[in-house]
Design a protein around this ligand. Structure first.
Ligand code: DLL
Length: 433
């Protein structure tokens, strides 16, 4: 369902006009209220009144993760402290966290963008939404909660973890929609089988999954294990949290809420825009926010724009599901490898579970070595050694042809790879470079 047809199906010229007015306002607010941005704009010789068209955004400075860390905790706040009603922070593992401060209007923007997101997956006021994104500083829990409650659905604010309790509530309360990371959805499905629960017999029929990379094959896996429709949703703490982009019933690219968050795709090397359809780094500017405003924030996420009309009727630009990150890309003996390629290939191979871990190290000969630990299905593991050996060889040769670089496969018993209730960790890089 299209929650806000006026904005989501707006004629393109009208939207561009709206975006330009918002961009001018954003530049003005940043210039007058945030010294960090005033200095950055001055370095470029730019003033807010120099913006005459949307293309002029290219003359404005980028913002990076380091800029946010350097300004921790309040350096980028664009309004008086007493107007902030909520704060979220990213789950980063190094250095200071990334902070996002919200005013009441910012929370309303979040409600709007997340309710559009959940509605596109079919959520209505009659749904019972089991929200297993983590609550707390992470934006997933509150974001999905705000979206579902704005629609008027009933929210079960479960947070992540306590899988036994999740499954009990899922059955006893008749949850119809699930929101969590895709890896946790698969883990719960696995536990359900173990507990003898037939997920297909439950009223659950749709879910919105995101916050970590996942593949088309993993979607099919979730859809078949639960008997539900699984939608990809995208967002990041820096911009608002979840609700930046979402799939509609066509499940063909994610519609960007571009009246709220202005997207660009650039060449990460040159910083110049790439032509539509070409891969590059996704960049966002917050068009209407008040607390933490960002100009041309470099997400490090890699995707491309899909501008062909969508069968759903929305006119917002779509982005392809994420193809990787500029910083997650592994360079193995000079070859670029994305964990998503490995996952995609793995799910197609019969006998394996979609749980894996990539361990990279540097061998005695100083060359990179990549080990792929893969869980084997229970029935396969009890099989004879010969067939396990065959499976291992098959995975190694499929990976070699897909990745153009060799890796060693280690088959491990079911349930030995650590499960995550939030974002899964897929790569351990032991190279000290
Ligand atoms: O993960 C916000 C979120 C919560 C999105 C719930 C979707 C659902 P961060 O913790 O700041 O925020 O992490 C943001 O996670 O830059 C991507 O690299 C990755 N990511 C988010 N959604 C997807 C997705 C939340 N659908 C970072 N597919 C982003 C792949 C995703 N990666």
């Amino acid at each position: 369902m299209i929650l806000n047809p006026e904005n989501e199906c707006m004629e393109l010229q009208a939207r561009r006009k709206l975006q330009l007015a918002s961009l001018k306002n954003l530049a003005e607010m940043l210039f007058t209220r945030v010294p960090f941005y005033r200095n950055k704009m001055a370095e470029k010789g730019m003033r807010p009144e120099d913006i005459h068209s949307l293309d002029d955004i290219q003359k404005l400075p980028f913002t990076t993760k380091d800029d946010l860390r350097d300004n921790y905790p309040h350096g980028l706040r664009a309004c008086p402290a007493d107007r902030i009603v909520e704060v979220h922070m990213s789950s980063g593992t190094t250095g200071k966290p990334i902070v996002n401060e919200y005013t009441i209007k910012d929370i309303d923007i979040w409600r709007e963008s997340m309710s559009r997101t959940l509605a596109a997956a079919g959520c209505t006021k009659d749904d019972i939404v089991q929200n297993c994104y983590g609550y707390g500083l992470f934006t997933g829990g509150m974001g999905a909660h705000y979206g579902a409650s704005t629609i008027g659905a009933q929210v079960l604010p479960m947070s992540s973890g306590h899988t036994g309790r999740q499954l009990m509530v899922m059955q006893d309360f008749g949850s119809t929609m699930l929101t969590c990371t895709p890896s946790y959805a698969l883990y719960m499905a696995e536990e359900a089988v173990e507990a003898g629960i037939d997920l297909h017999s439950l009223p659950l029929n749709k879910g919105c999954f995101g916050a970590e990379p996942w593949s088309e094959s993993m979607r099919r896996e979730i859809e078949s294990r639960y008997g539900m429709k699984a939608y990809d949703i995208y967002g990041l703490t820096e911009i608002i949290g979840p609700g930046v982009a979402f799939e509609c019933e066509a499940q063909s690219g994610l519609h960007i809420n571009e009246d709220l968050f202005y997207p660009e795709i650039i060449d990460p090397g040159t910083g110049l825009p790439v032509p539509d359809g070409e891969k590059g780094e996704l960049v966002f500017s917050t068009l209407t926010r008040e607390g933490t405003l960002l100009l041309r924030y470099r997400t490090r996420d890699i995707t491309y724009f899909m501008r062909e009309p969508c069968s759903c009727g929305r006119t917002t630009v779509r982005m392809h599901r994420l193809l990787g990150r500029t910083d997650d890309m592994l360079i193995i003996r000079g070859v670029n490898v994305f964990p998503s390629q490995i996952e995609h290939a793995l799910i197609e191979i019969e006998g394996t579970e979609p749980h894996y871990l990539i361990v990279v190290s540097r061998g005695k000969d100083h060359l990179d070595e990549m080990e792929l630990q893969v869980e084997v299905k229970k029935e396969f593991f009890s099989d004879e050694v010969k067939s396990l050996e065959g499976l291992r060889n098959r995975i190694e040769s499929i990976m070699k042809s897909k990745l153009q670089v060799a890796l060693k496969v280690k088959l491990v018993e079911p349930k030995t790879i650590e499960r995550s209730t939030g974002k899964a960790k897929r790569v351990i890089d032991n190279r000290s470079i």
